[in-house]
Design a protein around this ligand. Structure first.
Ligand SMILES: Cc1cc2nc3c(=O)[nH]c(=O)nc-3n(C[C@H](O)[C@H](O)[C@H](O)COP(=O)(O)OP(=O)(O)OC[C@H]3O[C@@H](n4cnc5c(N)ncnc54)[C@H](O)[C@@H]3O)c2cc1C
Length: 372
């Protein structure tokens, strides 16, 4: 069978694109090296900009009561704290539940999945416009191939060194239960990083932090030591860690996080989500970038597959869209990521936000796109 579109990677970006294109009547294959459901390191806060689109992709989402989040709280070492309402705000849902729901929706629509299958190579057939994807045991043919393999995989688009951050970060996530205001997302700064906590489904909270890898090294590469030595310096984090009921057997962790802008198209393959560029979570909304890029790419590809757009126009339109929408957002996020590693700079920011609250609102606005 020749698929209209084959998508490598069935995370949020790949699943959204698969469902959207399938709803437009195209034959879709998703090759995913893992299976569902599964935990992923993520703050699990989704900007409201994506709410309508997610409900369009997955109508059963409405059956899950999810917390609406409309206040932002920032703290650092000492007593400095800052609270502000979020204009657009967001909602909380775990990746475990969200990806499972999207997967089931895609299956129901007739998307074909090859799970526990790692794509090894993509080749353009020399005599046709088609592409072949090679896995260890099989090969698949499609008119279009998309790469949604996330920030780190064996399939990476080229990135220029100037577009990379040299710093490596580590991410850690827990699910927990603790009495807290469900409408609030909290960011607690500590030396070398910051920790977010916000609510997800069933009254649970997601606690997720990101830290400079050098700090973990200083803590003897021990997560427990890192938390005691660094996170607990922030009194809010010390209280949360001592009062909370931890729900996962172990924290979910990832290393080698870098924030980079890559090419949205490479060797005829279309990149979306983190594989095209990774935004720092401090100015967040990587998931909305995944969803917005899936939404746009699906429209462009539908036009191409329906002969309303040439291949050249498809390439030009998607490249232009990606650069215009996301490059500046990713660059800005890297600046705030660096800033957030230093408590004295966070203290200075809190002081400034208290004097000029409209500045905080303007920065938050930059991190949330417009609803689509
Ligand atoms: C610490 C941290 C906190 C974050 N918090 C938030 C937040 O609160 N809100 C928010 O909006 N964003 C947040 N983000 C960003 C968000 O998590 C990402 O933007 C999002 O997960 C990217 O989704 P994706 O589908 O592009 O990639 P992924 O979710 O990584 O999916 C890629 C998929 O591709 C598969 N794959 C890889 N290689 C292959 C292969 N060769 N063959 C087959 N399959 C393959 C993988 O198994 C995986 O399932 C956070 C990120 C970090 C690091």
């Amino acid at each position: 069978m020749i698929f209209d579109v084959a998508i490598i990677g069935g995370g949020l970006a790949g699943l959204a694109l698969a469902i959207d294109l399938r709803k437009r009547g195209h034959s879709i294959l998703v090759i995913e090296k893992g299976s569902y459901p599964r935990q992923k390191v993520c703050g699990e806060y989704i900007s409201m900009e994506s709410y309508e689109y997610l409900n369009f992709l997955c109508p059963s989402l409405k059956d899950h009561p999810l917390p609406r989040i409309n206040t932002f709280f920032l703290s650092t070492l000492g007593e400095k704290e800052f609270t502000t309402p979020l204009d657009l705000g967001g909602f909380g849902i775990s990746r475990y539940v969200l990806e499972e729901l999207l997967y089931k929706e895609a299956l129901g629509l007739g998307v074909l999945f090859e799970l526990k299958t790692k794509a090894q190579e993509v080749k353009k057939e020399s005599d046709t416009e088609r592409y072949t994807i090679q896995t260890l045991s099989k090969s698949f043919t499609a008119r279009i191939v998309c790469n949604a393999t996330g920030r780190k995989s064996n399939f990476e688009a080229k990135e220029s060194t100037s577009n990379q951050t040299a710093t490596n970060y580590v991410g850690v996530k827990y699910h927990l239960r603790i009495a807290r205001d469900a409408s609030q997302i909290e960011i607690h700064n500590f030396e070398g990083g910051y920790c977010g906590i916000s609510n997800i489904e069933e009254g649970k909270s997601c606690l997720c932090y990101i830290v400079n890898a050098n700090i973990l090294k200083k803590a003897g590469n021990s997560i427990a030591e890192l938390e005691k030595e660094y996170l607990y310096q922030n009194k809010n984090l010390k209280r949360i860690f001592s009062e909370a009921e931890f729900l996962l057997k172990e924290p979910v962790t990832i290393s080698g996080i870098k924030f980079s802008i890559k090419k949205p198209i490479d060797n005829g393959v279309y990149f979306l989500g983190d594989s095209a560029g990774t935004i720092a979570p401090i100015t967040g909304n990587g998931m909305s970038i995944c969803l917005r890029s899936a939404f746009k790419l699906s429209g462009f590809m539908d036009a191409y597959l329906s002969n309303e757009l040439s291949k050249r126009e498809l390439i030009k339109t998607y490249t232009h869209f990606w650069n215009a929408e996301f490059s500046a957002r990713i660059r800005l996020s890297r600046y705030f990521q660096k800033l957030s590693e230093y408590p004295f700079l966070t203290k200075a920011s809190i002081y400034t936000f208290k004097v000029f609250p409209t500045l905080a609102k303007a920065i938050i606005k930059l991190t949330h796109g417009k609803p689509f």
